[in-house]
Design a protein around this ligand. Structure first.
Ligand code: G6P
Length: 471
């Protein structure tokens, strides 16, 4: 029996893996780093740790890599049929579960749980089963498996049935919806999600608030947590990686180009910068951020010509119409501000939409103010990354609804993400903070932001999973 078990002692499972492939014109494959908070966090777990990362093939390049047997050590990509993946990822994970946990539904964008939803749900089950089976094949006797995020909520329960010998963990990188919102899901589906998760020995969340919401859902709809343990692990920024990466040549080049775009104020001093870097994601609240900046320029004309909003909004989930519309809206509002206030020598909003990690780091280094105003966010790593590498001792305007607010709230300027007027005032406050105050706060922000670096974050979870008595 034991002979049929795989060899991996530690396994990670997530929809998006650490690497993705592009087919070049000459037919060769080019590997790229995957994006998003989950991958940034888990990238610290290099192949040298001996962990196996099971993920999904997401692009044509990924599927081609699987077919050609191209891959990285420690990574197994699953070539799940494209239509099954699309139903599970676009249909269920991103259009339903993401919306529920971020409480994004609003009229007229409300869920319709009909026959089409049921069909997509069946794909979500198939997709989860493919992960459970691959993990069951690869895991050594008694191995530890940490399943990631809302794409894979059924995996712990399925894997428990296939391999009762394993230590199974699950980690949520998103918020968890409170029971009053979660109950929007059909009863049987809500039950399946909770029971799937409760198949794990231990569940991890980014903040106490999300862990409590999950516990409350279980108490209301699943008769409690059973034997499943709950832990909170507030993923921090990777200071060593960021500081080194932010001084590489490509970042220096981007700094020169960005300084050019930002320009100088009429008195010859460099313009101040309000920086944001996000996926173009509804929960990130980019449009209200732009509206707040517009109100700042409206209410406080003294800032005209003296400040630039550097906004990077990188494409995300473009298969979904609601994301495409949101992307267009972001661009429309940015253009409107530039038309309304711009002058020949001053572009009030510098918006870039092409994903460029080196340019993001350049913007972090130049930031005077970072604007992080999500409607709801599991953690938000940008809020933690900027203070670590900003050169000017960046002030942070931070939504009270970001998980990061639990750790950074004291030294940030807090905003209600829906309140554009308050956000405009907060931008002014951040821009006028005395340099000494800003520097002091930035130092404390950077310390709090790096308190739990990714490698430690992951190892803590593994230790707790292996040692049943710790929680
Ligand atoms: C969030 C989720 C991750 C996801 C990332 C990027 O951080 O928690 O699971 O990978 O967004 O989204 P995407 O849909 O592009 O993977």
């Amino acid at each position: 029996m034991a002979a049929s078990f795989g060899a991996a002692q530690v396994l990670v499972a997530s929809n998006r893996g650490p690497v993705s492939y592009e087919v070049r014109e000459d037919g060769s494959l080019r590997a790229k780093r995957g994006g998003g908070g989950l991958v940034s966090g888990l990238s610290a777990i290099g192949p040298d740790t001996g962990a196996l990362w099971v993920c999904s093939a997401l692009s044509d390049g990924d599927r081609e890599a699987v077919r050609r047997g191209v891959g990285e050590d420690g990574v197994r990509m699953l070539d799940i049929p494209a239509d099954v993946h699309a139903d599970a990822y676009n249909g269920i994970a991103n259009s339903v579960l993401w919306f529920v946990h971020h409480m994004l539904y609003q009229t007229p964008l409300e869920p319709v749980f009909d026959a089409e939803f049921r069909r997509q749900w069946a794909s979500y089950e198939t997709y989860n089963r493919a992960f459970a089976q691959a993990l069951a094949e690869e895991a050594a006797q008694g191995a530890a498996v940490v399943v990631q995020d809302y794409h894979l909520t059924l995996v712990p329960g399925m894997l428990r049935e296939l391999r009762p010998d394993l230590r199974i963990g699950h980690f949520s990188h998103t918020p968890w919806a409170p029971p009053e919102y979660f109950r929007m899901l059909p009863d049987d589906i809500a039950g399946q999600v909770l029971r799937g998760m409760l198949g794990a020995d231990r569940l991890g969340f980014l903040t106490r608030r999300w862990a409590d919401a999950f516990t409350a859902c279980c108490e209301r709809f699943a008769g409690g947590l059973g034997g499943t343990r709950i832990g909170v692990h507030g993923l921090g920024a990777d200071a060593d990686f960021l500081r080194a990466r932010a001084h590489e040549a490509d970042v220096e080049e981007r700094i020169v180009a960005l300084r050019e775009e930002i320009g100088t104020a009429p008195d010859g001093t460099p313009r101040r910068t309000v920086v944001r870097v996000d996926r173009t994601e509804l929960s990130k609240n980019i449009v209200r951020g732009l509206l707040a900046y517009r109100q700042l320029l409206e209410d406080r004309p003294e800032w005209r010509e003296r400040v630039v909003h550097v906004a990077f909004a990188y494409p995300s989930r473009q298969d979904l119409a609601v994301y495409r519309d949101y992307t267009a809206e972001v661009q429309r509002v940015a253009e409107e501000i530039n038309e309304r206030f711009g002058t020949p020598g001053w572009r009030p909003v510098v918006l870039h939409v092409k994903d460029d990690f080196a340019r993001s780091l350049a913007a972090y280094r130049l930031a005077d103010v970072a604007l992080v105003n999500p409607i709801r966010d599991g953690m938000n790593l940008v809020a933690k990354e900027v203070p670590v590498i900003s050169e000017a001792g960046c002030a942070l305007v931070l939504s009270r609804e970001a998980g990061a607010h639990e750790e950074l709230g004291e030294d940030a300027v807090t905003v209600n993400p829906y309140d554009v007027t308050e956000t405009a005032r907060a931008l002014h406050e951040a821009l006028t903070m005395s340099p000494a105050d800003r520097a002091e706060r930035a130092k404390r922000l950077a310390a709090a932001a790096t308190a739990l670096p990714p490698a430690r974050w992951f190892l803590d979870q593994l230790d707790a999973l292996r040692d049943g008595a710790r929680d």
